[in-house]
Write a protein that binds this ligand. Structure first.
Ligand SMILES: Nc1ncnc2c1ncn2[C@@H]1O[C@H](COP(=O)(O)OP(=O)(O)OP(=O)(O)O)[C@@H](O)[C@H]1O
Ligand SMILES: [Mg+2]
Length: 258
């Protein structure tokens, strides 16, 4: 779904890609949204990184996880030129076109949960996130940088940029391959889940709804300028492969966490 950026609010001071908070409008629906904008020139893997954000945000939502909703945001030249802050104006000026945005979640806090115990209500939710990150190969929700917002029992996922390493031409084994779960020991929720016997059944079951048709739908939502046809087919194939292997991975995770 396309939004058009209409107002620049602020730039986040932290984060390597320094996302911006903007207001954007949905022309067709006449609605306005506060959006955290990620610009391809600022993202390590450029437009592919934006495609990965979009695919993972959509996939997570379909799996029943609470991920910040992903948007395709159009930056037009007039908007970029109108921004008073010189640094933001320059960055937006070289990013005219389609960029990735996520719905801004305010009033939530960002905690380094790394070695914290997880309360009972969070165990299964955290397990579903751990499984999701294992499956998608996201090594970036780790103990030093959780890349999720937690409020009470609610975990909001943001930043999937480092998932799907195969699409970024980064060679790493998939979760179901030998050594594929080594990185998961650094996950933000790993210590909290260790010894808690989390139940992955519900989370694994949710993956069964991700049929080849759904996988095709997810990748079809990614703008053409972020993903070429070959990469698009590869992404859809990988989503299906994840679903095929989810029970194996949830079994392996159960063992590792004992
Ligand atoms: N949808 C959102 N709602 C609220 N805050 C957000 C959202 N997206 C990003 N942020 C804030 O901006 C920070 C940086 O965003 P993000 O992690 O996507 O970018 P990054 O450049 O990868 O940052 P980092 O290097 O810290 O991981 C987050 O840690 C969070 O505080
Ligand atoms: Mg981040």
């Amino acid at each position: 779904m396309n939004l058009i950026a209409v107002r620049h609010q602020q730039t986040f001071t932290h984060g390597h890609s320094r996302p911006m908070l903007i207001v954007a409008e949905h022309a067709a629906h006449d609605t306005r949204h506060e959006i955290v904008l990620k610009l391809a020139p600022d993202v390590q893997s450029g437009r592919t990184g934006l495609a990965i954000e979009a695919i993972c945000a959509d996939l997570a939502t379909r799996l029943g996880l609470n991920a910040a909703k992903g948007w395709t945001v159009e930056i037009n030249a007039d908007f970029a030129a109108s921004v008073p802050d010189p640094d933001a104006r320059r960055r937006l000026g070289v990013a005219v076109g389609l960029q990735f945005g996520s719905t801004f979640h305010s009033g939530q806090y960002h905690v380094a949960l790394a070695d914290d115990a997880l309360n009972d209500a969070l165990i299964d939710k955290a397990a579903a996130v751990l499984l999701f990150d294992a499956m998608t190969g996201n090594d970036d929700r780790h103990r030093l940088k959780p890349n999720c917002l937690v409020r009470g029992d609610d975990i909001v996922l943001i930043d999937h940029e480092r998932a799907l390493p195969g699409l970024r031409a980064e060679l790493r084994p998939a979760a179901w391959e030998h050594g594929g779960l080594d990185v998961i020991r650094n996950h933000a929720f790993f210590s909290g889940l260790r010894g808690q016997l989390p139940d992955f059944a519900g989370a694994a079951q949710a993956w069964q709804t991700v049929t080849p048709l759904v996988a095709a739908e997810i990748v079809a939502g990614v703008p053409a300028e972020w993903l070429d046809e070959t990469a698009r087919a590869r992404a859809a194939h990988f989503v299906v492969e994840m679903t095929t292997n989810v029970n194996k991975v949830s079994g392996l995770l159960t063992e590792i966490l004992r």
